[in-house]
Design a protein around this ligand. Structure first.
Ligand SMILES: Cc1ncc(COP(=O)(O)O)c(C=O)c1O
Length: 416
C-alpha cells in the first residue's frame, strides 16, 4: 500500500498512479497533499502574507525576524550566523556571487563610483568565480557561467569567459573498494584547482562547489577532497561557496550534506532552495553588504515560503525524517547493490548518501530507455549526467516504497 502522500498528485492529474522518486526535480520534502502543509497554508499568518506581500528589503512585516529565526536560522550551518533570502536556486547563487572579499575589503572611492557606471574598472572589477567541470549552479546570467552540464543550456548566451572551471574527481564506485585510486584522482583534481588559482588571468574572488554534483551525474568526492579545497581557498584568499540547492534539507542523511566533511573552518557561504521550498544563502557576518541596496531586489524572498520552510522543519523534527532517510537509504543501497550483482551488465555504480542515490546504465540511450520503462511500470525517476539515473524521493520515503521501486527495477532489467 502506498503512503498516501505518494501517488495522489499523478492520480489527480493523469489518472495514472505513479510512485514518484524524482519529486518535482528533487524539491518536494513531504510528498503531495501533506496535511501539515495544507493546515499551515490556511493559517491567518499565511493568508496575511499571501494578500499583503511585503518587499522584504525595505518594509518587512514585524514578524519577519521571528519567522527567520524559526525557519532558516534554526538550521543555520555551523559558523554561519546570517541569512539572505532569495527567490530560486539560481537567484541564491547569483546574489551570493556579488559578495566577495575584494568588494568587502575595499573602501569605495569616487573613481569606483564613476567607473562602475560605465561598466569599467576599478568600480566594475575584473574578478572570476571558479567552478568545476560537471557542476550545475543555475541558468541566470552569472550562475550560467559556472554551470557546465548541458551545452544546450549555455549556447547563445554571453559568458564570463575568464571564469575558470577545474576538473571534479571522477571516482570509482563503490567508494570503499577503490580507496587508493580514488585518493589519487582527488589529489590530481586538487593539484589542478591549485594551478588554476595560482595562474588565473582574472583574480578568483570565490569558488562554488556542490557536495554531490547532481545534474552533472551524481558525482561524489570525499570529505578529504573538500577539506583540501577549503585549505586552498584559505591559502589563496578565495571565498568558498557550497551550493546545497539540491543536496540540502536532509535527504543525504545530514541536514546539510557538507556537515559530513567535518571541515576545520566552515565554508563562507552555503546556498539553498528546493526541499526548503524557499531559497537563499547563509553566510558569515562579514559577508553582509555594508550598505542598503548593494544586494537587493523587490521581494528578496517570500514570507509564505519561509512559513512553509518552518512547517517542513517541524515535520522533519517530529517525524525524525533525516533518520528515516538514513535508514531507508541503507536499505535501498543494499538492495540495489544486490541487483547490480545479480544482473551484471545492466545497472552499475550504485552510489549515494541517505536516499540521495544514483546508478549508471551502459549508455545514454540505455538510461533514457530505462527511465521510460520504469515510468511505464509506475515509477518516476530522473536522469542526470550522461548515463545515470538519479533518485530524489521525498523525505517520507520508506522501505515499503523502496520495495515498489526495487520490484520495478528488477522487472525492467529482466526485460519485462
Ligand atoms: C545544485 C544546484 N544549484 C542551483 C540550481 C538552480 O536552481 P533553480 O532551478 O531553482 O534556479 C539547481 C537546480 O537544479 C541545482 O541543482
Amino acid at each position: 500500500m502506498l503512503h498516501r502522500n505518494y501517488s495522489n498528485f499523478y492520480k489527480n492529474f493523469t489518472s495514472e498512479s505513479v510512485i514518484d522518486l524524482f519529486c518535482q526535480i528533487a524539491s518536494l520534502p513531504l510528498g503531495y497533499n501533506s496535511e501539515t502543509l495544507i493546515k499551515a497554508a490556511s493559517s491567518p499568518e499565511m493568508i496575511q502574507m499571501l494578500v499583503n506581500r511585503p518587499a522584504l528589503g525595505v518594509q518587512p512585516h514585524s514578524t519577519w525576524a521571528k519567522t527567520l529565526e524559526d525557519s532558516f536560522m534554526s538550521v543555520a550551518p555551523k559558523g554561519l550566523s546570517q541569512v539572505f533570502t532569495a527567490m530560486c536556486g539560481s537567484c541564491s547563487n547569483e546574489t551570493a556571487y556579488k559578495r566577495h572579499k575584494r568588494g568587502l575589503q575595499a573602501a569605495i572611492s569616487d573613481e569606483d563610483l564613476s567607473s562602475c557606471m560605465k561598466n569599467a574598472a576599478p568600480g566594475s572589477p575584473d574578478l572570476a568565480i571558479m567552478s568545476f567541470n560537471g557542476g550545475f549552479h543555475g541558468r541566470l546570467f552569472g550562475s550560467l557561467s559556472t554551470t557546465h552540464t548541458k551545452a544546450l543550456h549555455k549556447v547563445d548566451i554571453p559568458a564570463f569567459s575568464n571564469w575558470v572551471s577545474s576538473p571534479f574527481p571522477s571516482l570509482k564506485y563503490p567508494l570503499d573498494q577503490h580507496e587508493a585510486e580514488n585518493a589519487k584522482e582527488e589529489a590530481r583534481c586538487l593539484a589542478a584547482a591549485e594551478e588554476k588559482m595560482k595562474h588565473a588571468k582574472t583574480p578568483i574572488a570565490a569558488l562554488i562547489v556542490e557536495p554531490i554534483q547532481s545534474e552533472g551525474g551524481d558525482n561524489h568526492a570525499s570529505p578529504k577532497f573538500f577539506q583540501g579545497l577549503r585549505d586552498l581557498t584559505k591559502k589563496y584568499d578565495i571565498l568558498m561557496i557550497v551550493d546545497e540547492v539540491q543536496t540540502g534539507v536532509g535527504a543525504t542523511g545530514h541536514f546539510w550534506a557538507h556537515e559530513a566533511w567535518n571541515l576545520t573552518t566552515p565554508p563562507d557561504i552555503v546556498t539553498f532552495s528546493k526541499k526548503f521550498q524557499a531559497a537563499g544563502w547563509f553566510h558569515r557576518p562579514d559577508v553582509r553588504p555594508d550598505a542598503p541596496y548593494r544586494n537587493f531586489n523587490t521581494w528578496m524572498g517570500d514570507p509564505i515560503r519561509a512559513l512553509q520552510a518552518k512547517t517542513i522543519l517541524q515535520e522533519i523534527r517530529s517525524k525524525e525524517l533525516i533518520k528515516n532517510c538514513r535508514d531507508t537509504g541503507d536499505y535501498l543501497k543494499t538492495e540495489l547493490t544486490q541487483l547490480e550483482k545479480k544482473y551484471p551488465g545492466t545497472i552499475s555504480s550504485v552510489r549515494g548518501r541517505g536516499t540521495f542515490m544514483a546508478f549508471d546504465l551502459p549508455s545514454p540511450q540505455d538510461r533514457d530507455t530505462f527511465v521510460a520503462k520504469l515510468r511505464a511500470h509506475g515509477v518516476n525517476t530522473g536522469g542526470c549526467g550522461p548515463q545515470s539515473v538519479r533518485l530524489r524521493p521525498m523525505l517520507v520515503f520508506q522501505k515499503k516504497h523502496a520495495d515498489i521501486f526495487l520490484d520495478a527495477v528488477e522487472k525492467v532489467v529482466r526485460g519485462q
